[in-house]
Design a binder for this molecule. Structure first.
Ligand SMILES: Nc1ncnc2c1ncn2[C@@H]1O[C@H](COP(=O)(O)OP(=O)(O)OP(=O)(O)O)[C@@H](O)[C@H]1O
Length: 380
C-alpha cells in the first residue's frame, strides 16, 4: 500500500490538539512527519507535560493513521513538551542589586505546595555546610515559614547588631547554617495575611538589612506557586539560579513546569539549575529491597528531559525525613547513611550545574564560584 505525507497530515487533521480547540495540524503541533517504507515517524509537540497526555496523543495518532490511511503502517510517535523559549541574550542577565559578600543566591521553588521544598532546602543547606561552604537560608515562604522548626530554632529571636554604624539583623545560626525567616517575627498561632508589597518589603529587609557576612550560598525557600512574591523577589535579588522541587505525580509536574516557565520568562530570566524529584518511591523498613512508586515513576526525571534542564536527583519518601524536619534535626546531618548519600549526590549535581551556569555568565554579572573548584564537592 502506497501512501504520502499528505495522507498522514489528513489523518492528523482529525485529532484535536489538547487545550487548543484546533486540530494537531492547524495548531502547528506536528513538528515533522517522515516516511520510511512502511514506517511513519511523527514528531508532535504538546504543552501538557503529564505522562497521560503524552500517552493519549500517541495512541490517538496511531489510531488516526491506522483508521484513515492503512491499518498495517508501523507508526512511531515522538512526543515533546513545548517550552517557552527563553531569549538567548536575556538568559544570562542577572537582575537586582548585588549583595556584598554573597556569592551565589539559589531560589528553591515548587509549583505545587507540600511537595517538600522546605525539606529539600534545609537538607541542601546542611549538606553544603558539611562540604565546607558558608551557607545562609532565607525562608521566604510567607504562607508557612517552616525553617525555624526544621533548624530547631523556633524560639529564637534575631538580635540587632551594629555594622559600620548601621543597625542590622543578625541571622540565627545552627548546624553551620545562618537563617532568617519571617517566622521569627510572627506568633506561631497567628495567621498573618501578607499582601504582595508588604511581604516583599519585609523580605527585602531580611536580605539587605541583615548581617549575613560572607556566604558562598544563600538558599531562598520561596512560597509554593508562581505569584506576586516570586516576582518581587526575583526583581529585587540577583538570583544566580533556581532549583525546582516536584514529586513524580502528574499534578505536581504540571505545576513544576509552570515554575520552570516562570523563571525562564523573558522579563525574569533566572537560569533553572535543574529539577529535584522528592518522594520518588517508598521503601518500608522491613522490606529494604522493595521500592513502591506511590506517586508514579520517574515523572520529574522525564519532565527535566522534556524541558531540557538537568535532573538533580531523587529523594525517597522516608519516615525519618519527615521526623527529622519535625524535630529540627534534618536527615542530612546523618553520617554514612543512604539518605546522607542522596543529599550529597543532589548537592554535588546542583553545584556542578551552578558552576556551568557561572562559566557561561559574563564575569561582571555573576561572581564565579570556580575558585571553589578545588572542593571535592564540585564535579567539573
Ligand atoms: N522525602 C520525604 N519523605 C518523607 N516526608 C517528607 C519528605 N519530603 C517532605 N516530607 C514531609 O512532607 C511535608 C511537607 O514538606 P515541606 O514542608 O518540606 O513541603 P513544602 O513544599 O515546603 O510545603 P509548603 O507548600 O508549605 O511550602 C512535611 O511534613 C515534610 O516533613
Amino acid at each position: 500500500m502506497k501512501f504520502s505525507k499528505e495522507d498522514i497530515y489528513k489523518a492528523l487533521e482529525t485529532i484535536t490538539a489538547p487545550g487548543e480547540g484546533k486540530s494537531l495540524v492547524e495548531s502547528k503541533s506536528i513538528g515533522n512527519v517522515v516516511i520510511f517504507g512502511n514506517e511513519v515517524v511523527v514528531d508532535v509537540i504538546i504543552s501538557n507535560p503529564s505522562l497521560q497526555a503524552k500517552k493519549k496523543v500517541e495512541v490517538e495518532i496511531i489510531k488516526a493513521i491506522h483508521d484513515h490511511v492503512y491499518q498495517k503502517i508501523d507508526v512511531k510517535v515522538n512526543v515533546k513538551v513545548k517550552v517557552a523559549e527563553p531569549e538567548k541574550k536575556q538568559q544570562n542577565v542577572i537582575k537586582g542589586k548585588k549583595i556584598d559578600g554573597i556569592q551565589n543566591i539559589i531560589a528553591v521553588a515548587s509549583g505545587k505546595g507540600g511537595v517538600g521544598k522546605s525539606t529539600i532546602t534545609a537538607n541542601l543547606a546542611i549538606t553544603l555546610s558539611k562540604m565546607g561552604f558558608k551557607v545562609g537560608v532565607l525562608d521566604a515562604d510567607v504562607y508557612g515559614p517552616s525553617m525555624p522548626i526544621m533548624f530547631d530554632v523556633a524560639d529564637e529571636k534575631p538580635i540587632a547588631v551594629n555594622v559600620d554604624g548601621r543597625s542590622k539583623m543578625k541571622p540565627i545560626e545552627n548546624y553551620g547554617v545562618k537563617l532568617l525567616s519571617l517566622g521569627f517575627f510572627t506568633q506561631p498561632n497567628q495567621a498573618v495575611i501578607w499582601r504582595g508589597p508588604m511581604a516583599s518589603k519585609a523580605l527585602n529587609q531580611l536580605i539587605f538589612d541583615a548581617d549575613w557576612g560572607n556566604l558562598d550560598f544563600m538558599l531562598i525557600d520561596l512560597p509554593p506557586g508562581t505569584g506576586d512574591i516570586h516576582l518581587s523577589i526575583v526583581q529585587a535579588v540577583p538570583i544566580t539560579g533556581a532549583v525546582i522541587v516536584s514529586t513524580p505525580q502528574n499534578i505536581a509536574l504540571a505545576d513544576a513546569k509552570k515554575g520552570v516557565a516562570m523563571f525562564e520568562q523573558k522579563n525574569i530570566s533566572v537560569p533553572v539549575l535543574g529539577i529535584v524529584e522528592n518522594m520518588s518511591y517508598f521503601t518500608p523498613a522491613e522490606l529494604p529491597d522493595n521500592k513502591y512508586y506511590i506517586f508514579g515513576k520517574n515523572g520529574a526525571k522525564n519532565l527535566a528531559e522534556d524541558l531540557n534542564t538537568a535532573f538533580l536527583g531523587e529523594v525517597p519518601l522516608v519516615q525519618s525525613i519527615r521526623e527529622g524536619g519535625d524535630v529540627g534535626h534534618p536527615v542530612a546531618l546523618q553520617n554514612n547513611t543512604p539518605l546522607e548519600d542522596a543529599f550529597i549526590h543532589l548537592t554535588k549535581n546542583m553545584v556542578t550545574q551552578l558552576v556551568k551556569r557561572n562559566d557561561s555568565l559574563p564575569p561582571t554579572e555573576a561572581v564565579k564560584i570556580t575558585t571553589m573548584a578545588g572542593c571535592s564537592a564540585v564535579n567539573k
